[in-house]
Design a protein around this ligand. Structure first.
Ligand code: FES
Length: 94
C-alpha cells in the first residue's frame, strides 16, 4: 500500500494507488499551501526526500513552472500535480 510521510512533523498517511498527493496532504491537514492547483503558480512546491520514483512522471506544465522557479532539479515537485503510484514517498514542505 502506498504511504506518504510529511517529514516536517514525522506524520505518515496511507494512500491508494494513483491518489493525488494534494488530496493526501489536505486530508491529513499538513500545512502545504495551494494556489492555482493547476501546476502554474508554484505555491505548492515540496522537496521529495525519498521515493521520487513512486510518483507519477512530471508533465510539461509542472516542468515549465519548476524551470521558471529555478527548481527543476529532480528533488522538487508541485504537490498539486503529483499522484502516488505505489510504495513510500517522503515530502518536505518549504
Ligand atoms: S497550487 Fe499552483 S502550482 Fe500547485
Amino acid at each position: 500500500m502506498p504511504k506518504v510521510t510529511f517529514v516536517n512533523n514525522g506524520e505518515s498517511s496511507d494512500a491508494t494507488v494513483n491518489q493525488p498527493l494534494k488530496e493526501i496532504t489536505k486530508t491529513s491537514g499538513w500545512p502545504i499551501a495551494y494556489g492555482c492547483e493547476d501546476g502554474v503558480c508554484g505555491t505548492c512546491i515540496v522537496r521529495i526526500t525519498a521515493g521520487k520514483e513512486n510518483l507519477n512522471d512530471m508533465e510539461e506544465t509542472e516542468q515549465q513552472t519548476l524551470e521558471i522557479m529555478g527548481m527543476n532539479d529532480c528533488e522538487h515537485r508541485l504537490c498539486c500535480q503529483c499522484r502516488v503510484k505505489d510504495g513510500e514517498v517522503s515530502i518536505e514542505g518549504m
